[in-house]
Ligand binder design. Structure first.
Ligand code: BES
Ligand code: ZN
Ligand code: ZN
Length: 482
């Protein structure tokens, strides 16, 4: 992608302080004695009047050179990591105020994860999408050096890669439809595949017609631009898994709702984010291939816009998806499940170890738990769910598991077809999941990211707009499988 957005800051490791950075950040446990801090005594006196609680979230610029002290409360490690990321977001504000371009992080907490999380928080907060600004107000921070001796260069490499992957997903989500059509999305995927070495196959409309992908094709009927079906594959010789992991991402490059038009303003204006599931799996593939993970992973992204053009599919239509199941379309705005149905059915040929789909699928998921996490459900066993939750907690891209009881399936029975694409006013994210279940015959998890994929207000180190939710989660999950 020809993106002029600010580059992610470069993180580099050094085993000792070069003393060259504009600012020194020192991370402390909040149990550290104030007397030992490298600041003036009057500043120590000021700190002493603070209670422990406020000290844990206190960043302080010393008079003794450009030093920023950050105190992390003793706690369970994942909480400390998240606290470090959030403190980094606050610290970035300070660094910008003084126009510091380079920082050096040293760590007095004895946990290298805290140095890495702080650096990660700085880099994530430093993201900007400036491609369409004629005056580019670049973030000032350009480099971070971690002087923590416990941190190894492989930790830094992995962190740089996942940050690049997260940025890539954010950029894709933030791109408007005026640039990022389904065809353009495929070009971006091809470019990324070339860069990091995963293979890319793009099925065009004719190929999809041959395969009977009635979901993607029907959603595309109201559009002037053709759909694409994107297949990415990373299959290294040293792959540890015999059966591949398959990722599936919703690639609706814009969702107007189709003839069941979304009201605007409000519900339509952020719908360029409806390919955030696709962006998440593309970003994950980037990181997996770039770090040459010894895992066989495939990613599928069905892509189209959803529009009410003159040939658009209409409520009442009956369509046939890739596995031959018929669907009564009662709402053209429930389009995600139709394109995912094709993709999940296509995934069956891989006889996968596990399939995970990411999709901004339902407003109901966002209504239920908001922006704080994604909604998860599916048929994979407890061990898989536990592993994924473990990764989620580590990177703070959390998920709440929803019930997936059989009875919910009753709500999508149709009078005229096998199933219908809406399930009524109750349990909307679950009935969407139950719809998808009709297309799977393998262990599977569905992750509805409608809440956290795109923010309309900044939240700590997650800025406004695309968050890249899912990239850090998947990278962590797969890293633990290597
Ligand atoms: N793309 C939307 C879901 C969405 C909502 C994503 C808010 C991000 C933020 C999806 O295609 C949709 O419109 N779903 C409908 C389904 C309904 C018609 C059954 C919804 O949630 O209202
Ligand atoms: Zn929709
Ligand atoms: Zn949608």
């Amino acid at each position: 992608m020809k993106s002029t957005a600010a580059k992610n800051i470069h993180l580099s490791i050094s085993t000792h302080s070069k003393g060259k950075a504009d600012c020194q950040v020192i991370l402390y446990s909040n149990n550290t004695s104030i007397a030992s801090l490298p600041i003036e005594s009057w500043e120590k006196d000021k700190l002493k009047t603070k209670d422990k609680e406020s000290l844990s979230t206190y960043s302080h610029r010393s008079q003794k050179g450009n030093i920023l002290l950050v105190f992390i409360k003793d706690d369970e490690i994942n909480k400390q990591k998240e606290s470090a990321r959030r403190m980094a977001a606050a610290a970035l504000g300070e660094l910008k105020k003084f126009e510091y371009r380079t920082v050096e992080i040293s760590n007095q907490t004895n946990k290298k994860e805290i140095s890495l999380a702080f650096a990660e928080g700085l880099a994530l907060s430093n993201y900007q999408f400036l491609k369409y600004k004629t005056k580019k107000d670049y973030s000032l921070l350009q480099s971070i050096v971690i002087t923590d001796k416990a941190v190894q260069s492989k930790d830094i490499d992995a962190l740089n890669t996942v940050l690049e992957a997260n940025k890539l997903a954010k950029d894709l989500v933030n791109e408007p439809l005026s640039y990022l059509t389904a065809v353009q999305l495929s070009k971006e995927i091809e470019k990324i595949g070339k860069e990091v070495g995963f293979s890319v196959k793009v099925l065009n409309k004719a190929a999809m017609q041959k395969l009977g992908m009635g979901g993607v094709l029907s959603v595309n009927l109201g559009s002037k631009t053709p759909p694409t079906f994107n297949i990415m594959e990373w299959k290294p010789k040293n792959a540890k898994n015999k059966k591949p992991y398959v990722l599936v991402g919703k690639g609706i490059v814009y969702d107007t709702g189709g003839l069941s038009l979304k009201p605007t303003p409000n519900s339509m204006d952020k719908m360029k984010c409806d390919m955030a599931g696709g962006a998440a799996v593309i970003g994950a593939m980037y990181a997996i291939a770039k770090t040459k993970m010894p895992l066989h992973v495939v990613a599928l992204v069905p892509a189209t816009d959803n529009r009410p053009g003159e040939d658009a599919y209409v409520p009442g239509d009956v369509i046939t998806l890739h596995n031959g199941k018929t669907v009564e379309v009662l709402n053209t705005d429930a389009e995600g499940r139709l394109i995912l149905g094709d993709a999940l059915s296509y995934a069956q040929q891989y006889k996968p170890e596990l399939v995970i789909d990411f999709a901004t699928l339902t407003g109901a998921a966002a209504a239920a738990i908001g922006i704080q996490g994604a909604v998860m459900m599916g048929t994979a066993d407890t061990k898989v769910k536990t592993d994924l939750q473990h990764a989620a907690a580590s990177v703070h891209e959390r998920m709440a598991e929803f019930p997936f009881w059989e009875e919910y399936g009753e709500l999508i029975k149709s009078d005229v077809a096998d199933i219908k694409n809406v399930g009524g006013p109750e349990a909307g994210s679950i009935t969407a999941g139950k719809f998808l279940e009709h297309f799977v015959n393998y262990p599977w998890l569905h992750i509805d990211i409608a809440g956290p994929a795109f923010l309309t207000a900044p939240d700590h180190y997650r800025g406004k707009g695309g968050t890249g939710y899912g990239v850090r989660l998947l990278f962590e999950f797969f890293k633990n499988k290597c």
